[in-house]
Design a protein around this ligand. Sequence first.
Ligand SMILES: Cc1ncc(COP(=O)(O)O)c(C=O)c1O
Length: 394
Amino acid sequence: MTRIASRVSQLNGEGALAVYSRAKELERLGRSVIHLELGEPDFHPAAPIVDALRGAVVAGRDRYCATRGLPALREAIAAYLKRTRRLGVAAEQVLVAPGCKMALSLAMMALIEPGDDVLYPDPGFPIYPSFTRGLGATAVPFGLEEKNHFQPDLEEIAAKITPRTRVLIFNSPSNPTGTVFSSSALQKIAELAQKHDLWIVSDEIYARILFGGAYQSIGALPGMAERTVIIDGFSKSFAMTGWRLGYAVAPVPVIDAMDLLVLNTFTCAAEFTQIAAIEALRDSAGAVDAMVEEYRKRRELFVTGLNRIPGFRCQPPQGAFYAWVNIEQTGLSAEEVQSILLEQGGVAGIAGAAFGPGGKNYLRFSLVSARNLLEDALERIERVSMHWRAAVTR
Ligand SMILES: Cc1ncc(COP(=O)(O)O)c(C=O)c1O
């Protein structure tokens, strides 16, 4: 039997994809399913972005290019972060990669040693603990609990820091809870990072999808630029999921290390998508604000509707495009509710354990379908709620 390296056995998949496959199977059998399981916007990139891509391909911009990304795109990203996030970043601190996940994994490869402890949010993006374990390190969860409005508990984090702790990863707004970390939480995380000499990996992929206030990056706090790696990309803010384009912002020695990893793996991100990304950052059509406005309407409609379903409880997300619903009062497990919704109701959502043990009593729905579909989904959920109605304790 040919051997597969043991690090692969440390990795886990993504729960959303399993639900998606079953939903597709039901559709092949002629059943109607409303897809609220994947984090993929139903929007497509704005017309000027598509035009820029077409123009770049026609102009022959389809060659190998700079491993760190096109200088013009790195400049544009630095200017964009200054404009939208008040981050004073130089182009030499930016590295472009095919997707936010790739930028994240390069950063983790550059910073994490076997035997390190890495703190990460539970519930959270499942790749954080998975890739940490794949690198031979220990993934140490910190909770995002409903009783704290899904804000981190700083005492818990402080108590979990050991001499082996090297990196703390989080994302705000959070997938799956929709929480935006408070200024005081960011401040305290920054203090802990400085006190214990930690790296912060701040996944800011949802930074533009906010329902109030200006985005605050931990990297902009005093003393944090030198110990923060910001991860962001084009998938969510510009609806460019399949284009595979993301980036990292970090101190130059980290960028140098990541650059060597790029050279040893994928060489460069596609030149033509990078040229189109410069147009995306210009956002000449105002597409980002229009999209966020639509998410805001979906959020109002869907969260209000979910809170009317017996046994469901949902706080409105402060950012990102997910509804994170507590189903404890149904008396059923989240997996049972997920299955009833999909098999009998034709609504695909994900049982929260896919995001860590802290998600055990929750379901995540993505607000990535049009409002009329969300209304249909609410009706369908209401209809199958007869399965648990009698058990609901209010
Ligand atoms: C928190 C978080 N980070 C990263 C990603 C992946 O981004 P990309 O598609 O650019 O690789 C996602 C996608 O769902 C996400 O939710």
